[in-house]
Design a protein around this ligand. Structure first.
Ligand SMILES: Nc1ncnc2c1ncn2[C@@H]1O[C@H](COP(=O)(O)OP(=O)(O)OP(=O)(O)O)[C@@H](O)[C@H]1O
Ligand SMILES: Nc1ncnc2c1ncn2[C@@H]1O[C@H](COP(=O)(O)OP(=O)(O)OP(=O)(O)O)[C@@H](O)[C@H]1O
Ligand SMILES: [Mg+2]
Ligand SMILES: [Mg+2]
Lengths: 258, 258
């Protein structure tokens, strides 16, 4: 069955979407059948791949009804890469979910058949920048949490909060098998002292979880979405493209090589 | 009475907290009595001012009970600047609020006496990166919405969503007096084509609302929080400090000079 990863961090703008889309496409280019689930009402992962946000075509309906998500999968137009897109209505879902029973495991039950029966190896869930019901559903459906950490002080402050959620979900017995998959540094700027200090902190407290590959700040990564292209299509020789290729290899080594 | 501003944008990491704290301190330095309300469970505004997040001391209690917030105001240790700090429990507040009646106007009723009776001229509410109940409470309590817009494509995509909320709140008759106060460009990098393109778009669709002052990307702004200092204390001659001083003057001219 596919391994499911939640790309989450309540701190905003730390590279969750950029990492989900770049990692997803890099794995697909390596021949790994990958599904992206866009759980963010902003639907940024959907638009980064050049796809439309269309009301009624995202995770919203199946999430509320608990029905099978397989029917919502669409092609990303790249080999080995599929997506369940998002829609703006997803913001309303949080409020509606809160009044349902078992509101934390809705996504997990809808994803089950996708995990087992379609030959997928990896499922990546892009989360919104909060620890509300959408992100919690993603964490309850995931085998591993991947934290993207911007190399800045304010992002470092929130690291304990997002990694602390794993313990809470274990204790509440909602997802005892969730583990911290790793922490990847994003927007790393080797010229600033701050990036280096954050890197040191991460390696002191999460040494065995920190990925060796750090993603540098690279304007090509922020330009690619305006063309609906991934960084590999838009600027294949850029530092951003090379870093995400290296990250995908390290990721595959850590989770897929056995 | 004080004019209330919600600093909001569902896109994460676009400079909401940096703008709330920098604008708040700049106004205070100009002699304008200013209150910051930290509505974000991350409590970044609280830590940017060098203050501790202490459970039981933030907006959480009064928000749920509808009681008066005046007792939660603490000194920021800077003249003319006060803050109602945040706490982690605020994340639980969203869930608890959703089951209460009139859950959208809790903050507005708790802020009323602060707005009228304490000689404050400006109240700035820092919002979390979603359009959930915490941000909606802030928007229902505000006279104006201030949108901080990172000069990037993905941030531009969400602009219609946050400005569209004003119309929704008017139609639902929850806050008919809310208006768009303005859009301020943050992390503006004059060397990149992308920044200029976003600037052009904003001036085409929101010409009379866009602030003339753009805040440049400046490492001093991201370093200051690690010392619990504002940019005016940490690096008074930096481009970030000068830009936020100019922004505060433009802000005061637009809202306070009559
Ligand atoms: N390494 C990088 N170098 C330069 N720009 C980057 C990099 N990674 C991401 N960006 C840009 O920074 C912004 C924030 O990134 P992104 O949207 O991926 O973060 P996020 O955590 O998904 O945000 P949100 O919290 O809103 O979901 C985007 O405009 C993106 O294009
Ligand atoms: N003009 C700037 N130049 C450089 N860095 C900046 C600038 N403005 C903000 N930053 C840094 O960028 C990061 C994001 O800014 P900030 O936390 O203020 O955004 P936010 O919108 O409040 O984020 P969130 O959505 O998580 O609440 C922070 O690390 C901050 O220090
Ligand atoms: Mg995102
Ligand atoms: Mg903030």
């Amino acid at each position: 069955p596919a391994i499911t990863f939640a790309i989450a961090n309540q701190k905003g703008g730390v590279g969750k979407t950029t990492t989900t889309v770049s990692l997803g496409h890099a794995l697909a280019l390596m021949g790994v059948p990958t599904l992206i689930v866009d759980m963010d009402p902003q639907a940024n992962a959907t638009s980064c791949l050049g796809l439309e946000k269309r009301s009624g075509f995202g995770v919203y309906e199946p999430l509320l009804n608990g029905t099978n998500l397989a029917g919502r999968v669409i092609s990303s137009r790249r080999k080995n890469l599929w997506i369940i897109p998002s829609e703006l209505d997803l913001a309303a879902a949080e409020l509606e979910l809160s009044s349902q029973s078992e509101y934390l495991i809705k996504l997990r039950s809808s994803l089950l058949s996708l995990k087992e029966n379609y030959g997928l190896q990896v499922i990546l869930i892009d989360c919104p920048p909060t620890l509300g019901l959408l992100s919690m559903n993603a964490l309850c459906a995931a085998d591993f949490l991947i934290v993207t950490l911007q190399s800045e002080y304010l992002a470092m402050e929130g690291l304990g909060q997002i990694t602390g959620v794993i313990e809470k979900l274990k204790q509440a017995d909602v997802n005892p098998s969730l583990n911290l998959g790793g922490i990847v540094m994003t927007m790393y700027d080797s010229r600033t002292r701050l990036s280096y200090e954050v890197w040191q902190e991460v390696n002191r407290y999460y040494a065995d979880k920190a990925f060796r590959t750090a993603i540098p700040r690279n304007a090509r990564l922020s330009e690619a979405p305006s063309f609906g292209q991934t960084v590999f299509e838009y600027a294949p020789d850029s530092s951003g493209s090379l870093a995400y290729r290296a990250f995908a290899r390290e990721f595959a080594e850590r989770f897929l090589s056995h």
